[in-house]
Design a protein around this ligand. Structure first.
Ligand code: R5P
Length: 281
């Protein structure tokens, strides 16, 4: 049985269709103090809990779903299409937590194994106390791109996303890859990008990242490219978080289209990771 969290309803339904499993329909009740409880009426030997932890509240929802599942099922598999707090994968300053480890340890208590999709760093799987597999969502990002890209350049907005850009290029079948140098002010969050040496004029560019969060990184990259007289610019990411005014920043930067997967359900979601997750279950 697939047990969906409220943050991954479409993906959970697509997964149930892929695997021919039944789909639970959880109900949520909220208390006057803001706390809530979920209820799932179900019986099955295996429960696959699917929940993107896009907020602190969705972490609590996931823990509740796991706790229910562990009482009716013999095996609980937890699918984290998007794992929140995964980018805080080290203590960046004295006295700060490794938040990714903290949430991974909590999630491990209610499950036999974990699947997640394209984490910021693959080593995040080592933070879990149960087996964790990272499914690669990047190849899917080639699907929504037009077939007629002109001399395509797959550009990573920072060096860390270079492999991701290469994966999308390989899935697309043709093109070059390159990356910007990026620095971020840790206090203000302001992003500085230093353009690559590659001549992108008159070429179509696909800026490729694991996540668009505030949109600062992606919109800065697109703005730089606009100044360089490129052709069309597409922004693709596995996790389209699109927090705050990210969508507006991207539109203002001159991007032609934004594409993402359904690890986070947004208007730019154009491809589903359900088949890839089903294959890994
Ligand atoms: C950072 O290294 C990530 O790969 C993304 O580039 C970053 O998290 C995107 O964040 P934002 O959209 O807030 O700039």
């Amino acid at each position: 049985m697939i047990v969906p969290g409220s943050t991954a309803q479409s993906l959970a339904a697509a997964l149930a269709a892929e695997t021919n499993d039944s789909l639970a329909v959880p109900e949520t009740t909220r208390f006057a103090d803001g706390e809530f409880k979920v209820r799932v009426d179900s019986e099955d030997d295996v429960a696959v809990v699917v929940c993107s932890t896009v907020s602190s509240e969705s972490h609590i929802e996931l823990l509740q779903l796991q706790e229910i599942a562990s009482r009716f099922a013999e095996e609980v598999v937890t699918v984290l299409p998007y794992m929140g707090y995964a980018r805080q994968d080290e203590a960046f300053a004295e006295g700060e937590p490794v938040s990714a480890r903290a949430v991974a340890q909590a999630i491990s208590t209610g499950t036999d194994r974990v699947l997640t999709v394209t984490s910021h760093e693959t080593y995040v799987r080592d933070f879990f106390d149960v087996p964790c597999e990272v499914v690669d969502g990047a190849p899917l990002l080639a699907d929504p791109l037009p077939e007629d890209l002109t001399e395509p350049l797959f550009l990573a907005p920072d060096e860390g996303a270079t492999d991701l850009a290469g994966t999308v290029r390989d899935a697309y079948g043709t093109g070059e890859t390159d990356y910007f140098q990026k620095s971020r002010d840790r206090t203000t969050g302001a992003v500085e990008l230093h353009p690559s040496e590659t001549d992108a004029s008159d070429r179509d560019v696909v800026v490729t990242d694991d996540i668009i969060a505030t949109g600062s990184t992606m919109s800065k990259a697109v703005e730089h490219l606009g100044a360089d007289g490129v052709g069309r610019v597409f922004a693709v990411c596995v996790h389209p978080m699109l927090a705050d005014s990210a969508r507006t920043k991207l539109a203002a930067s001159g991007v032609e289209s934004v594409f993402g997967t359904d690890t986070i359900e947004r208007s730019v979601t154009t491809v589903s990771v359900a088949p890839a997750i089903a294959a890994a279950l």
